[in-house]
Design a protein around this ligand. Structure first.
Ligand code: FES
Ligand code: FES
Length: 171
């Protein structure tokens, strides 16, 4: 095992300074070092999307991302995705619309959908399908997930005019 190196990273709005092994993945760091187990380990080889987190506002697969490659980045996990007053509107819509069963894919899908809606505020069903296309769900099929994401639109907080800063999202 190589000697550890310093990593500065912002996770869910909190600055963290850590000593990290060069081979450690972002998923290991989040789940095992920071206790953020909402980010799921599925295939561990970039096939399922369960480990999706947002890095500077864009979806990344944490299972294949070396933690040290994200020095200075802002990472958002499902634990940081909800507004202070409750769960994210997409989460509520997934529950209400039958868009989850076992829930293992759900954190990754919520974050992928959130990134999509920041990029395309009024998506078509096809846009949503494309936006979550890296996230496998073995339980539901995808129609209820797509329907739930679209039904969340009226309940999302609008972004400030002209906002294009990666890492800020509607909630
Ligand atoms: S656990 Fe990362 S893509 Fe499956
Ligand atoms: S709800 Fe079970 S994998 Fe999606």
């Amino acid at each position: 095992m190589g000697s550890k190196e310093a990593l500065e990273i912002v996770v869910n709005g909190e600055s963290r300074e850590l000593a990290v092994d060069p081979g450690r993945t972002l998923l290991d760091l989040l789940r095992d070092d920071l206790g953020l187990t909402g980010t799921k380990r599925g295939c561990d080889d970039a096939s399922c999307g369960a480990c999706t987190v947002l890095v500077d506002g864009r979806p990344h697969l944490a299972c294949i991302a070396l933690a040290l490659c994200h020095d200075g980045s802002r990472v958002l996990t499902i634990e940081g995705a909800s507004p202070p007053e409750g769960v994210h509107a997409i989460q509520t819509a997934l529950v209400d619309g039958g868009g989850l069963q076992c829930g293992y894919c759900t954190p990754g899908i919520v974050l992928a959908a959130r990134a999509l809606l920041d990029r395309i505020p009024n998506p078509t069903p096809g846009d949503v399908r494309e936006g979550i296309s890296n996230n496998l769900c073995r339980c539901t099929g995808y129609e209820r997930i797509i329907g739930a994401v679209l039904s969340a639109l009226p309940h999302l907080t609008p972004l400030p005019a002209g906002r294009e800063t990666p890492g800020e999202s509607r909630s």
